[in-house]
Design a protein around this ligand. Structure first.
Ligand SMILES: [Fe+2]
Ligand SMILES: [Fe+2]
Length: 363
């Protein structure tokens, strides 16, 4: 085995010794294949190096890893070289610029929100994705180019519209929901950039100030001629259904559909912020992220719809189990991270019946 520095680790390397945090907590088991999440954990725990097995991985795992990455890169390559993507990029940038100008006008000149133009431009971007796989991929790629609050707001508007579409909302409601997504962080314009973009952890005082953007945003649009659901979503998009959110610590029964949907889209967009689009989105990671956060924080109906759609995208994918066996996902159970899988010898394993076995990564 070789001691490899954390900064030089890559996905798929096999860990040769149990890894513990400085406080003695087991972080990664011996024989695990490294995933992006594990590498991020090592960095989080400031572990500078770990022992990795020398030599080749078992052939079967190598082949599966290669097959998966070539499928992903072909799919993404196809998208990024397509006419669809060029049009998407153009519409997306126009959307971000229009939102920025519009927000400036609202704040500096107290003008009325140009709702129909903003919605129309966002729908253009939304309609441009031929599937939601490509839409997520393209949104993700734009994050590498523009991570401003305005670009984030366009993403949240599009993802909210997607959740609304999956939930069967009519066109008029979808348009209002889209506008709620576009405006949800308008209050951030009142938070200085040196706090918003601070590369280090915010002080307690700074964090409390950032939290005020929900109230600032509401104050900014409360006299506008807008649907009350939009105004509520701006004020309540950081509330959580278990009462752990802000500004008021409202619970499920006090919250309405718009703020519940916008909050899911907001968290999703924030969690994809530091991931490189080339490595693709791992749906399993998205689901476990929300599970770790606590599903009780989100509206049961909308979080189920959202995660179910995401889980569906890993149907028929090859995965690596925690015992290092390769399997294919053949059925998504209600417990989304524990599907039924088929092993290479054609036998079926229901992960619900094997609590100690879990999906290590999608390959
Ligand atoms: Fe926010
Ligand atoms: Fe946000």
């Amino acid at each position: 085995m070789t001691l490899v520095q954390t900064k030089d680790l890559s996905v798929g390397m096999m860990v040769a010794e149990d890894v513990f945090s400085k406080a003695g907590q087991l972080i990664i088991r011996k024989d695990s294949l490294l995933t992006r999440q594990m590498i991020a954990h090592l960095k989080y725990y400031s572990i500078s190096e770990i022992n990795i097995y020398d030599g080749e991985l078992p052939k079967e795992i190598q082949q599966a890893l290669q097959a998966r990455s070539s499928i992903e890169s072909t799919q993404l390559e196809r998208i990024f070289h397509s006419e669809e993507y060029k049009t998407f990029k153009k519409n997306y940038s126009a959307n971000v610029n229009m939102l920025q100008n519009s927000v400036n006008d609202i704040i500096l000149r107290n003008t009325q929100v140009n709702a129909s133009e903003l919605i129309q431009q966002t729908v253009k971007v939304f309609d441009n994705g031929e599937s939601y796989f490509s839409l997520f991929g393209m949104l993700h790629s734009m994050k590498q180019i523009d991570d401003s609050t305005f670009a984030h707001s366009v993403n949240v508007a599009i993802i909210s519209r997607l959740i609304g579409t999956w939930s069967g909302f009519d066109e008029e409601t979808l348009d209002l929901l889209t506008l709620a997504g576009l405006l949800h962080d308008i209050g951030k314009c009142q938070i200085p950039d040196n706090i918003l973009m601070k590369p280090h952890k915010l002080s307690r005082h700074e964090y409390e100030f950032v939290k005020m953007h929900a109230q600032f945003g509401y104050d900014c649009i409360k006299n506008q001629d807008l649907d009350p659901r939009i105004k509520r979503a701006v004020l309540h998009h950081h509330e959580r259904c278990d009462g752990s959110g802000y500004p008021f610590g409202y619970k499920l029964e006090q919250l309405e559909d718009f703020e519940c949907i916008v909050s899911i889209a907001d968290v999703y967009d924030a969690m994809t912020a530091d991931r490189c689009y080339r490595s693709g989105l791992c749906p399993f990671e998205v689901i476990s992220f929300f599970e770790q956060e606590g599903l009780q924080k989100y509206h049961p109906k909308y979080i189920t719809t959202f995660l179910q759609k995401i889980a569906d995208s890993y149907l028929n994918c090859d995965v690596l189990l925690s015992n290092n066996e390769v399997a294919r996902v053949v059925y998504i159970n209600t417990r989304l991270t524990r599907p039924i899988v088929q092993l290479r010898d054609k036998t079926f394993v229901n992960l619900l019946d094997h609590p100690s076995l879990y999906i290590q990564s999608i390959i």
